[in-house]
Every structure is written in C-alpha cells, then in structure tokens.
Design a protein around this ligand. Structure first.
Ligand code: PMP
Length: 397
C-alpha cells in the first residue's frame, strides 16, 4: 500500500499550510522578544496581540482574559492548582468527573495529597456526567467544578451549558477542558457562562507545544509561573511567538470553517461506522451515537485485542489508537471505558478512529477493507470459547 492513512487526529493533527506560512517569519525574520521595547520586540508583540484577539474572538471573551501556555496540560494544571491555592480559606472541595484527561485527574490526585477533597462524578452509559450527582455533591466548600467539554476517547459531548448554569446559579466557578471541542462545537464563554477554559493548538491543525487558558476577569486564580512579567505577571517566561501566531491563525480558521468541517466529518464518520457494522460482526460503538465529536468513532471489537488491531493496521499504513494516545503506551485499561461500565474483554478490543480534514472517502473504504481482513484473521486465532461468542451475539455488551 502506497498512501498512508492517518486516523488519529484526536492525538494530534497535521499543521495547516496557511498556519505554517503565517508562522514562518517569526522564526528568523521577526525574531524579537515580545517583551523588548525596541522595534524587534514591538513587532513580535503585535503578532502575539493579534493572536490573542483572534482566540478571544473565537471563544467570545476579551483578549486580556487569554493567557498563553505550553498546551492544555499546563492550562489544566494551572486552573486546578491556581483556584485551589487562591481559595484555600473559602473551601477545599473540587468536583470533576471520572472520564477527564489525565492532566485533570493526576492534578486532582496531587491536590488530594495536599488536603483538598475531590469528587469524581460518575457518567452514564453514553459518557454523560451524572447531573443528579453534581447537584448532590455540591456544598458550601466547593470552590471549582471542572468538566471536560468533549471526551478524547469516546467523543461524547457533555451538556456543558446545563452544568455551567448550575455552577453559575450556585456562584461556583466552572472550568471546562475544551481541548477536543475547539473547532468541533461552538464555544462562547459569555453565552455559556464558562469561567475558565483550557485550549490546545495541535488538535486544530496548529503547532504543538502551545495552548491557552481563558480566565474570566475577576476569577480568583493564583499565578502559575513565577519570574518575569509576561502574561500580566501570571505565567512568566518568554512567549513562544511563532507558536502563538500559529495557534491564533488555527483558531481563526477552525472557527470560520466549523459548520462545513463538522458536516463533512460527520457524514464520512457515519459512513465509516455503517460500513464497519455491516461488514463486521460483534462490533459496538462507544459514547453517544449523535451527541459526539464529528470525527470520532470509538469501536469495541469482541474477541480481539485492540493493540493487535492497531499493529496490524499500522503494518498496512493505517494509524489509529487504542484508548487515548496519552495512556495507550501504558497498556492500562482505559479509565474512560471502565467508567462507562464496558466489560473488560470489550475494553481490550477497543480502537479509536479519529478522522481529520484530510480524510477522504477512499481512505475510509481502504480502512474498512483492511479492517475486515484484520478482524477476520485475529478472530480466527482468538482463543475465545463458543459460550462467550453466544453471549456476545445476544448483544450482551
Ligand atoms: N485534555 C484533553 C481532553 C486532551 O485530549 C488532551 C490531549 N490529548 C489534553 C488535555 C492535553 O493537551 P496538550 O497535548 O496540549 O497538553
């Protein structure tokens, strides 16, 4: 097979050529430090300011509410630690969910070791956060609610507006990790009453190693990095001018094209799912069938190992992922699929296909053909018993 097929766009995306073109001068021509007072610095600062404006426009906030970071991992660390430390005297309770990204869950675990209390909300079988539990666990000590906008493994899009309204009514700050949602769904922090939001550039055809944290002005959050006066003295360190320029352009493009892109991806993704389900037995879609990221198809194949599928597809030039890229190296059971109560054997047989702007119908047809033969081969050598086959065929997930 000559052409490689990349179906791992939830892990990262290819840099958009328009974005690259906009970044180029900032490597070796307009290379000043954006904090310098001379013309080299002023030119760099103007570019950073423009990127800040573009991102603010993309999410409906003011430019001075955007703080550039090295990515969403840093933004998630900042908001959790920053709110916790700034509000120590007001309360010590944080609410999040069981299906968050490790940059939220590991940071919460760290805060628990420091004496904070964290409630991890359950999700239903589609991956929607249990709103009844949110209402139940809210208390006068709650200082932050952090729920992701869309899940990176199963693609389920949360009812963020409903959660934000509850937080708002109770006067509790609401943060959302919108890393996967940016460019896929409309995000207007003003309309949606979101107080803080984490973003990343490399999931939207921008460069890697840059992202942002939106912090509503007036929200009590400690600064993250100490040092110079960059980012209003809240996140010290010379800013990554080319990265920020690229991120700004990528946000402008993805918010401009959101409707057309989502429509194209959805129809290609649904075609893929239909083809797979028609041609392969005992395969189940994870997450909500409709309220999901337009490019995500998380599928569990009975009686096969996800890793084996991944390696066999890779041998044919097709790139996919088991679980999320961050945890798939560890061969640990996905915490997200576990939270959905998916049986262990199906968790093991789960593969995430995430389409991108470059994906074509030919790519999908080719992938389905290869997948059919890979699953057939793997099932042929699978040691699973006839009894298990019978149980699975009855649709017992
Ligand atoms: N949150 C979510 C939901 C993600 O999917 C990712 C990337 N896998 C991150 C946070 C971390 O983003 P970054 O790579 O920019 O640190």
């Amino acid at each position: 097979m000559d052409k490689k097929i990349y179906l791992d766009n939830a892990a990262t995306t290819m840099l958009n050529s328009e974005v690259l073109a906009e970044m180029m001068p900032y490597f070796n021509s307009i290379y000043g430090n954006a904090s310098s007072l001379h013309s080299f610095g002023r030119d760099a600062k103007a570019a950073v300011d423009l990127a800040r404006e573009r991102i603010a426009k993309g999410i409906g906030c003011k430019p001075n509410e955007i703080y550039f970071t090295s990515g969403a991992t840093e933004a998630n660390n900042w908001i959790l630690r920053g709110v916790a430390n700034a509000n120590r005297t007001r309360g010590n309770h944080i609410i999040t969910s069981k299906i968050e990204h490790p940059s939220i869950l590991e940071t919460c675990a760290d805060l628990e070791r420091q004496g904070f209390k964290v409630t991890y909300l359950d999700v239903d079988s589609y991956g929607f956060v249990r709103i009844d539990q949110l209402l139940h666990y809210l208390s006068k000590d709650t200082i932050l609610i952090s729920i992701m906008a869309a899940n990176n493994e199963i693609g389920t899009i949360q009812n963020i507006q409903a959660i934000a309204s509850i937080a708002n009514e109770k006067g509790i700050p609401f943060h959302t990790d919108a890393t996967q949602a940016l460019g896929a769904i409309n995000l207007n922090v003003q309309e949606m009453k979101i107080d803080a939001m984490s973003l990343s550039s490399h999931k939207i055809y921008g460069p890697k190693g840059v992202g942002a944290l939106y912090i509503r002005s007036g929200l009590l959050v400690d600064r993250f990095m100490t040092g110079g006066e960059q980012e209003s003295g809240r996140r010290a360190g010379t800013v990554n001018t080319p990265g920020i320029v690229g991120f700004g352009k990528a946000v402008e493009i993805c918010t401009r094209d959101i409707v057309a892109n989502s429509k194209k991806l959805k129809s290609l993704r649904d075609y893929f799912i239909r083809q797979v389900q028609q041609k392969i037995d005992m395969v189940y879609l994870n997450g909500h069938p409709v309220q999901r990221l337009p490019n995500n198809a998380s599928l569990s194949f009975a009686m096969v190992e996800g890793e084996s599928i991944l390696f066999m597809l890779d041998m044919q030039g097709i790139a996919v992922s088991t679980g999320s890229a961050c945890s798939s190296g560890s061969l640990q059971e996905s915490h997200v699929l576990k939270a959905l109560n998916i049986p262990a054997d199906l968790i093991q047989g789960t593969v995430r296909f995430s389409l991108g702007k470059m994906t074509t119908k030919e790519d999908i047809d080719q992938t389905v053909d290869v997948l059919v033969s890979v699953i057939k081969k793997l099932r042929h050598i699978s040691p699973v018993t006839k009894a298990q086959v019978g149980r699975l065929k009855k649709g017992d997930k």
